[in-house]
Design a protein around this ligand. Structure first.
Ligand SMILES: NC(=O)c1ccc[n+]([C@@H]2O[C@H](COP(=O)([O-])OP(=O)(O)OC[C@H]3O[C@@H](n4cnc5c(N)ncnc54)[C@H](O)[C@@H]3O)[C@@H](O)[C@H]2O)c1
Length: 331
């Protein structure tokens, strides 16, 4: 199977490196409308064909990975699907939920694989958390709380939630396997383009769970921390730790019912801390492999197009909530 990559910018370079390293498919061609970028690629990968022409590119490949700016994803993915190619789109999948749904429909009709690269789902940390939740060690997940802040690059077209919370939304859905029913968000822009550089997003669930994300490009320190609170144990994921990224706390509390219902009696339990070993394979390599195997074996990948669409749906609703001063928006 021949793979092609569209967009050889910051992230496209990582996709090219990881598709080039795959065994079950070969990286055949790369398209970018910037010919200079393609010249630099050819020095590193002489066997890969380069082109600035989409029609020519589509003739060479069976499957395409798209790593161009978000506003171009829908048009490019649609053209590739209509040409009968399997498609991997970078996150966020599209600029609107309607566009994401349309792409899913086209892929289904044509029997093609469509997935969205939410790379974090393939990290050793997220895989381990999923395993701990699935095997019951954490108990029922009550909440997820994430802080994703740093002195970040102010994006000219999307706010901080589209940039950073996209990761948290996909991880929450992957871990809890439950869609939120409503979202609430507030944020602020400190620039004159009105694009929020600090925002707080809350997801509400039908099953009494809650998730909250603090995202900022305006923090003096970088924090990448997620708490997953189960009713048996709790997880702290610090993605900036070199090795001990995940710590599982045998910590919990029990609420006692008393005759006097107004009194709340809480029994706290503080036990051991367990540091599990994580798989250190590069997440993007596993993601590229999953795309190829999904096509070859006609199975669903872990980062489905449905997760990609849900992320866009939540982001769209969060934007609406911010513009309505934090109003709760039903999904
Ligand atoms: N999965 C992740 O963790 C992750 C990380 C970073 C970026 N991304 C995503 O990757 C995508 C690209 O981001 P980036 O930072 O690499 O951007 P970038 O601007 O560095 O690169 C985009 C490249 O696409 C090319 N391009 C733009 N429009 C094109 C078109 N219509 N046809 C052909 N080439 C075109 C540009 O010339 C450029 O080389 C975005 O969707 C971004 O959100 C994902």
């Amino acid at each position: 199977m021949n793979i092609g990559v569209i967009g050889y910018g910051y992230w496209g370079k990582n996709l090219v490196r990881n598709f080039y390293a795959q065994k079950k498919a070969s990286l055949k061609a790369v398209l970018d409308f910037d010919a200079k970028k393609l010249e630099s690629l050819q020095k590193l990968y002489p066997s890969v064909e380069i082109t600035t022409d989409l029609e020519e590119f589509l003739k060479k490949v069976d499957a395409v990975a798209i790593a161009t700016p978000v506003f171009t994803h829908y048009e490019l993915a649609k053209k590739c699907l209509e040409a009968g190619k399997h498609v991997l789109v970078e996150k966020p999948m599209t600029s609107s939920y309607a566009q994401a749904q349309e792409l899913i429909e086209i892929a289904e009709k044509k029997g093609l694989t469509l997935m969205c690269d939410h790379t974090f789902l393939y990290t050793g940390a997220v895989q381990k958390m999923k395993e701990l939740i699935n095997n019951g060690s954490i108990g029922n997940v009550n909440y997820i709380d994430s802080t994703r802040i740093n002195l970040g690059l102010f994006q000219p077209d999307v706010n901080v939630l589209w940039d950073l919370a996209a990761h948290d939304i996909s991880i929450c859905y992957y871990l809890m396997n439950e869609k939120p029913v409503a979202v609430q968000a507030v944020g602020i822009s400190h620039t004159n383009n009105g694009i929020e550089n600090i925002a707080y997003l809350t997801l509400h669930y039908a099953s009494n769970k809650i998730a909250h994300f603090n995202c900022s490009w305006s923090s003096p320190v970088k924090v990448r921390q997620m708490l997953v609170g189960g009713d048996k144990k709790m997880i702290v994921w610090n993605d900036l730790e070199a090795t001990e990224k995940i710590k599982v706390y045998d910590t919990g509390y029990e609420l006692k019912t008393e005759e006097d219902k107004t009194k709340i009696l809480v029994d706290y339990r503080v036990g051991d801390i367990f540091v599990p070993k994580l798989d250190s394979t590069e997440a993007l390599f596993t993601m590229a492999q999953d795309f190829i195997e999904a096509i070859l074996e006609n199975k669903k990948p872990s980062a489905t197009a449905e997760i990609g669409a849900l992320v866009v749906q939540v982001l769209e609703a969060s934007q609406k909530s911010i513009k309505n001063e934090g109003k709760k928006i039903a999904l």
